[in-house]
Design a protein around this ligand. Structure first.
Ligand SMILES: [Zn+2]
Length: 110
């Protein structure tokens, strides 16, 4: 049953399923977040390379309806958290090895 509604701007008749008014281009409702395989790949890759952003995006996905969207949000947030942990451990290891390198060289001098 397609309920007929009108565009709030130009009053042309639009279908409730339309995202935009075909006549004036007015946005009629918010586009759902993408859950196609391509969209999810972009989300996950972005979550890894822009790690803190994945948590923000994940939260947005979690607020959407739909099991698939929520799962995508959880995966994006998990990827971000895992990436942050790995990067932090790597940074700590680099700092430690630089520190021991410096102290070895200092021992040579003193
Ligand atoms: Zn319109």
């Amino acid at each position: 049953m397609d309920q007929i509604i009108g565009c709030p701007v130009c009053r042309v008749t639009v279908r409730p399923a339309d995202y935009f008014c075909f006549n004036c281009g007015k946005k009629l409702r918010v586009l759902p977040l993408g859950v196609t395989t391509g969209d999810q790949m972009k989300l996950y890759i972005g979550s890894v390379f822009l790690a803190p952003m994945g948590i923000v995006w994940g939260l947005r996905y979690l607020q959407e309806d739909g099991q698939k969207t929520k799962i995508a949000g959880i995966i994006a947030m998990s990827l971000s958290v895992i990436t942050i942990i790995i990067v932090t451990q790597f940074a700590v290891r680099v700092v430690n090895s630089v520190n021991s390198e410096i102290s070895t060289q200092l021992q040579g001098i003193w």
